[in-house]
Design a protein around this ligand. Structure first.
Ligand SMILES: Nc1ncnc2c1ncn2[C@@H]1O[C@H](COP(=O)(O)OP(=O)(O)OP(=O)(O)O)[C@@H](O)[C@H]1O
Length: 315
């Protein structure tokens, strides 16, 4: 199931022109180089400058040098990725990055008309993401890890290297005599992802030599299950109405009720409920048999309340 770097690039068929998320690290340096050589004049590099990181200027300098050698335009956007309360620094940086990519594409629309963006996560990143999801007790959506293709904000996003082992990406770049900038935070043991990479992955490799393939298969099964749950949630919500009728909710099995409640809360833009919040909401719904039983439960920043025969959600 893992692919060689060259096979992954050969199989990649985006609509051109293509934007490549280019951090200056090894993986995106390799992806940008391969794409620029395959589609000369049709690729732009998108770089997000995280001003807070001490090494941010080194990254930009490397990006400028490689783009000049490849004759690729470099579009740079500065972001302030300070985490909001309760948000991890990685999450804040990721959110800021997506916003910056979208803003870059839209600011240069007349010049480049980019509709497709490629990112350079590879098979090892996928394994780390899946193990991180397990460490957090994630549900099927989390265990699906990263999709290879998806749409967001009117753009098509791709991860063409998702089946290529990380060492093969670096080897490809090294064989070309290219350099890259090492992100110093990748070694920082305060981040769980780094401890997974340094300690857990080598142990897994020893016990399950094919763990990259088997974990990728599990992630693909979870992705399929997650899609089915989304479809079921949408169908059930259409049947019980929006806002949901409490008696119709109570007629569902507990698992199906939990699924449709998650789906409804997502449509209300409430945060995904924790397992404890969902269990509390379900036990309150079960207690609604008593006339006048009130429901008032906090879900993230939203409140779920009983309004007669219906549930309401207020952000
Ligand atoms: N500052 C950035 N500017 C532009 N793209 C970025 C930036 N940071 C990450 N990306 C894109 O998102 C992908 C995933 O980022 P992440 O930080 O998880 O990867 P990484 O393993 O450090 O990759 P790389 O070696 O390319 O930096 C990168 O491969 C790259 O395509």
């Amino acid at each position: 199931m893992t692919q060689s770097f060259d096979a992954a690039i050969a199989a990649f068929a985006p609509r051109l022109p293509l934007g490549v998320g280019f951090s200056g690290g090894a993986d995106s340096s390799a992806l940008l180089t391969a794409c620029a050589e395959r589609w000369p004049g049709q690729v732009a590099a998108l770089h997000v400058h995280h001003g807070l990181q001490a090494a941010a200027d080194d990254f930009v300098r490397h990006c400028q040098a490689l783009c000049a050698r490849l004759s690729v335009p470099l579009l740079v956007r500065h972001v302030d990725a300070r985490p909001a309360a309760g948000q991890s620094p990685e999450d804040a940086a990721r959110q800021a990055r997506y916003g910056a990519f979208e803003a870059l594409v839209s600011a240069h629309q007349t010049q480049f008309a980019i509709k497709n963006i490629a990112l350079a996560q590879h098979a090892d990143d996928q394994v780390e993401t899946l193990l991180l999801a397990l460490s957090r007790g994630a549900g099927v959506a989390g265990l699906a890890a990263m999709p290879m293709h998806w749409q967001r904000a009117g753009l098509h996003w791709h991860r063409p290297l998702l089946r290529v082992a990380g060492r093969d990406v670096r080897q490809w770049l090294r064989a070309r005599g290219e350099h890259w900038v090492e992100d110093p935070t990748n070694q920082d043991p305060r981040y769980t992802r780094n401890r997974i990479r340094a300690q857990l992955v080598p142990a897994l490799q020893e016990v399950f030599p094919h763990f990259r393939d088997t974990l990728a298969r599990s992630a693909a099964h979870a992705a399929q299950a997650s899609e089915l749950l989304l479809e079921l949630g949408a169908a059930d919500l259409a049947a019980i109405g929006t806002p949901p009728r409490i008696d119709a909710l109570r007629a569902l099995s507990p698992a199906r009720q939990a699924n449709v409640l998650r789906h409804w809360l997502r449509t209300c833009h409430a945060t995904t409920p924790s397992a404890a919040q969902l269990a509390e909401l379900q036990s309150q719904i079960a207690a609604c048999r008593t006339r006048g039983h009130a429901i008032r439960i906090r879900v993230g920043r939203a409140w779920v309340v009983r309004e007669g025969a219906l549930l309401g959600c207020y952000n």
